[in-house]
Design a protein around this ligand. Structure first.
Ligand code: ARG
Length: 472
């Protein structure tokens, strides 16, 4: 195997070992140890296939299988000694296998390369995270559904430009997030379908002359089929990029609700009270209860989007097929996945625990002339005015109310008739916020009946409480 200091796995043509700096920049074991379970799973599938195809003796395959299981339990038990000199998880596992079973260990790498090995391991890992993201998203949707159900007909201000626009229902606002996270689920599911092809058997890049069965390993690893082009199989990281894209959009959604929670939990809004379990205090200001978890969720998108940009940049311009640049794929995805899972779990906890302050929501809903559009619509409907005229008349009434520091509903009929003589007492019926929301019965509108219909549709779609939705 050549000089003792050269690498036991590829050191045949080397007479000296690597410089310490070379080892430091080259090694990935510091992070790719997280692929250990997938690496061993892939090797077990590969060895079983080699034996079935008569490429490996059954006795060798059995020794390899036993050895790999021992290694898995050593890693799980924390007794496995990872070595930087052995570069990465693939060579760490193989070297240990050699210690455990001797010569047959050297036969495992027949018809395989670290290039298809790492592509396989990483796909399996990203696939697991995709499933975990879906599970987390469905749990979060359920938390929003519970909030929506509790307050399907509570009124609150709906905003545009963060200015009071029209009254909406609390349930409607909660259900908006159920829609967003539902789209995120479908993005992860779509990505999963495309990523679920097996690179194993592409070998270094060109395939192999051994009579391997790629269908068999694909099936053993839960892939739908083998990748159809060996060059593409080892060069592709789209699956990781798609995961990061879906994660970025999901994190963006999380950040928007996080921002709303920060605003809503302030003393100026008091729309919601966050539970003590998801708040922190100040070391100097005793009255403070800070929405730290919401703020951190709001910030997590920075890391997740950053990972997406970083990996896209790493992959850009790489000639086919594998280049060592691609080793830089893992830390980005690991960090983004960790951040996303934590953000999803924290958001779910906060949404489950938070208390909406119904009275504060309703008081805010009534202020800011939120039913001005209802008044304009009334003028169109009852007096047959063109909407533009109705808009103008309503604007005049808003100004009068604003100057008098009162609400539209507090103007007298006399004051209204001075602006337009056709206005009758009936107009007061549309100025209340409850009438306003109840009137918005168009499909997808904020009327409580519409909201309840959407809640029922989603309840049905998400299935019983025990289901994760990952397999729906
Ligand atoms: N540690 C490497 C990675 O993560 C494994 C593949 C190495 N392949 C190679 N040809 N050097 O990308």
């Amino acid at each position: 195997m050549g000089d003792k200091t050269s690498n036991a796995m590829w050191g045949g043509r080397f007479s000296a070992g690597p410089d310490a700096i070379m080892e430091a920049i080259n090694a990935s074991i510091g992070f790719d140890r997280r692929l250990a379970a997938q690496d061993i799973e892939g090797s077990r599938a590969h060895a079983a296939m080699l034996a079935r195809q008569g490429i490996l003796r059954d006795s060798d395959a059995e020794a390899i299988r036993e050895g790999l299981l021992t290694i898995l339990s050593e890693i799980d038990g924390g007794t496995f000694e990872f070595s930087t000199a052995l570069e990465d998880i693939h060579m760490n596992v193989e070297a240990r296998l050699k210690e455990l079973i001797g010569e047959p260990a050297g036969r495992l790498h027949t018809a395989r390369s670290r290039n298809d090995q790492v592509a396989t391991d990483f796909r399996l890992w990203v696939r697991d995270q995709t499933d975990a993201a879906i599970t987390g998203l469905v749990a979060l949707q359920r938390a929003f559904l519970a909030q929506a159900e509790a307050g399907a007909d509570w009124v609150m201000p709906g905003f545009t430009h963060l200015q009071t626009a029209q009254p909406v229902t609390w349930g409607h606002h909660m259900m908006a997030y159920v829609e967003m996270f539902g789209r995120d689920v479908t993005r992860f599911r779509d990505a999963r379908v495309r990523m679920n092809e097996s690179p194993l058997g592409a070998a270094a890049l060109a395939g192999t002359s051994f009579p391997i069965d790629r269908e068999m390993t694909a099936q053993a690893l839960g892939f739908d089929r083998p990748c159809a082009n060996s060059l593409d199989a080892v060069a592709d990281r789209d699956f990781a990029l798609e995961f990061l894209s879906a994660a970025t959009i999901c994190a963006m959604h999380l950040s928007r609700f996080a921002e709303e929670l920060v605003i809503w939990s302030s003393a100026q809004f008091r729309f919601v009270t966050l539970s003590d379990r998801f708040s922190t205090g100040s070391s100097i200001m005793p009255q403070k209860k800070n929405p730290d978890a919401a703020e951190l969720i709001r910030a997590k998108i920075g890391r997740i989007f950053g990972a997406s940009v970083a990996l896209t940049t790493v992959m850009k311009g790489l000639p086919l097929t594998y280049s060592k640049d691609m080793q830089e794929d893992k830390e980005q995805v690991f960090d983004a996945a960790d951040s996303l899972m934590l953000a999803l779990a924290a958001m779910e906890g906060m949404v489950r625990d938070m208390t909406a302050n119904r009275a504060a929501l309703e008081a805010a809903a009534s202020s800011g002339f939120s039913t001005a559009t209802d008044l304009a619509d009334w003028l169109v409907r009852e007096l047959g005015l063109p909407f533009r005229d109705a808009h103008h008349i309503t604007g005049s009434l808003v100004k009068i109310a604003d100057d008098a520091d009162c609400d539209l509903s507090e103007l007298s009929l006399q004051q209204m008739r001075e602006v337009h003589s056709g206005i009758t007492q009936d107009v007061f019926g549309v100025l209340g916020v409850h009438n306003s929301v109840a009137s918005r019965t168009s499909y997808g509108g904020t009327a409580p009946d519409q909201v309840r219909a959407q809640i029922a549709r989603w309840r049905e779609q998400l299935g019983g409480a025990g289901q994760t939705g990952a397999d729906e």
